[in-house]
Design a protein around this ligand. Structure first.
Ligand code: ADP
Ligand code: MG
Length: 337
C-alpha cells in the first residue's frame, strides 16, 4: 500500500528525541529480549544461526519488507511497526498452511535509537511469543527506516496450500472482514479523524495462522490478501488457470467500515483496498461443513463470496441483484502507474 499524507512534513518535524547507541549494544539488547525454542541449536550471536529441522517436515521460507511511507504511515508507532513486520510474514505462512518456527530481522534505521528499538521489539516480540516464533538472527544497518523479516516455517510434505490448486465450481471464501485497513488509510490520507477500530486493523493485522493450518487438506488453493482481494484472487486464478465470479454484496464488512463509508466506497475498499491479511481460499462445495467446523475451532469467521469459473484469468463481480459491478481500481501495485 502507498501512504502519502499531506501532513508528512509536520510529522517528520515532530520526530521524537532519540537515544543513540552503538550497533553492537543495539544487537545485545535485541539478543537479551529474544526468546528461543528447543530446536534452535544456535541463535543470535554468531555468524549464522543453526536450526534443527524435524526429519518429516519440509521447510517453508518467506520474506517481506516494510518501508516507511510505503507500507505504513510515517506516524505509525514503533511497536505497531514491529507487530506488522512480523504479522505480514506470518500471514504468508498462514496462506501456505505452514507452522511458523523461526525468523530473522533486518533493521535499517536512520539513527541508532535504543528507545525506538525497545518499542519496536515490544510489538514484534509480543506477536512472536503468541506464535512461538524464535528470532534467531538478523542485520542492523544505518539507512532510511526499513524492516525486512524472513520467516521460516514447517509443513508436512505435500501438505502446503498453494495458489495453483483452485478447481472450476469451487466455492471462494474469505476469512474475517475486508477493507478495514484500507478504510483507515483513506481517512489518514484525507486528514479526517481515523476510526480507532479501523486504525488497529491497519497497524496490527491478525495473521490467520491457525485458520490456514486448519484448512490444510480441505481447501484447494489459498492466498493471503495483502494487495487487495481482486488483485490477490487474480493471482490464484492465473496460477490455477481458472476464473472467478464474486458477489460484491457478500464481501464481509465490519460495522466500523459500514459506519464510516457510503456503500460504494466501502465496496471499493473491500474489493481493492489492501493490507487486510485475511485468507482467500477455494474449496469444493462438499467441504462447506468441514470448513465451518475447522474455522469455528480456531475462532475465525469465514464467508463464501463467490465461485470458481472456467473463464481463465477473468475475475467478474456482480451485486446482490445480479447486475455487473466494476471496482474503481483492482489493487495496489508498487511499480504501477
Ligand atoms: P556479522 O558481522 O557476522 O554479520 P553482525 O554483527 O551483523 O554479524 O551480527 C551479530 C549477531 O547478531 C548475528 O548473530 C546476527 O544474526 C545478530 N543480529 C544482528 N542484527 C540483528 C537484528 N536486527 N535482529 C536479530 N539479530 C541480529
Ligand atoms: Mg560474521
Amino acid at each position: 500500500m502507498a501512504h502519502r499524507g499531506r501532513r508528512q512534513q509536520e510529522r517528520r518535524a515532530a520526530a521524537s528525541v532519540t537515544t543513540p547507541m552503538p550497533e553492537f549494544d543495539l544487537i545485545a539488547r535485541i539478543h537479551a529480549r529474544a526468546a528461543s525454542r528447543g530446536d534452535v541449536v544456535l541463535g543470535i550471536g554468531d555468524d549464522a544461526a543453526i536450526l534443527r529441522l524435524p526429519p518429516d517436515r519440509d521447510l517453508v521460507v518467506a520474506m517481506d519488507t516494510l518501508n516507511t511511507g510505503v507500507h505504513f504511515p510515517e506516524d505509525t508507532a514503533p511497536a505497531d511497526i514491529g507487530w506488522k513486520a512480523l504479522a505480514v510474514n506470518l500471514s504468508d505462512m498462514a496462506a501456505m498452511a505452514a507452522t511458523p518456527a523461526w525468523c530473522t530481522l533486518s533493521l535499517s534505521l536512520p539513527q541508532s535509537d535504543a528507545v525506538w528499538v525497545d518499542d519496536f521489539l515490544d510489538g514484534f516480540l509480543a506477536l512472536a511469543a503468541q506464535h512461538e516464533v524464535a528470532l534467531v538472527g538478523g542485520d542492523t544497518t544505518r539507512g532510511p527506516l526499513s524492516v525486512c523479516v524472513t520467516i521460516h516455517g514447517l509443513v508436512e510434505p505435500r501438505g502446503a496450500l498453494r495458489r495453483s490448486g483452485a478447481r472450476v465450481d469451487d466455492d471462494i471464501w474469505v476469512t474475517g472482514t475486508l477493507g478495514d485497513a484500507a478504510g483507515a488509510l483513506r481517512q489518514w490520507q484525507t486528514g479526517i479523524a481515523i476510526d480507532p477500530v479501523l486504525r488497529a486493523r491497519l497497524d496490527r493485522p491478525t495473521p490467520r495462522v491457525a485458520a490456514g493450518f486448519a484448512l490444510a487438506g480441505i481447501a484447494h488453493a489459498c492466498i493471503d490478501v495483502s494487495d487487495g482481494l481482486l488483485a490477490d484472487l487474480a493471482h490464484v486464478c492465473r496460477a490455477s488457470r481458472v476464473g472467478a465470479a464474486l458477489d460484491v454484496d457478500a464481501l464481509p464488512a465490519s460495522d466500523a467500515l459500514r459506519d464510516a463509508f457510503d456503500r460504494e466506497t466501502a465496496r471499493a475498499l473491500q474489493s481493492a483496498g489492501g493490507d487486510d491479511y485475511e485468507l482467500c481460499f477455494t474449496a469444493p462445495k462438499t467441504a462447506r461443513i468441514s470448513i465451518e467446523s475447522a474455522l469455528f475451532g480456531c475462532d475465525v469467521p469465514a464467508t463464501r463470496i463467490g465461485r470458481v469459473t472456467a473463464d481463465a484469468g477473468l475475475v467478474v463481480l456482480h451485486d446482490a441483484d445480479g447486475g455487473a459491478w466494476s471496482p474503481p481500481r483492482r489493487g495496489y501495485e508498487h511499480f504501477g502507474g
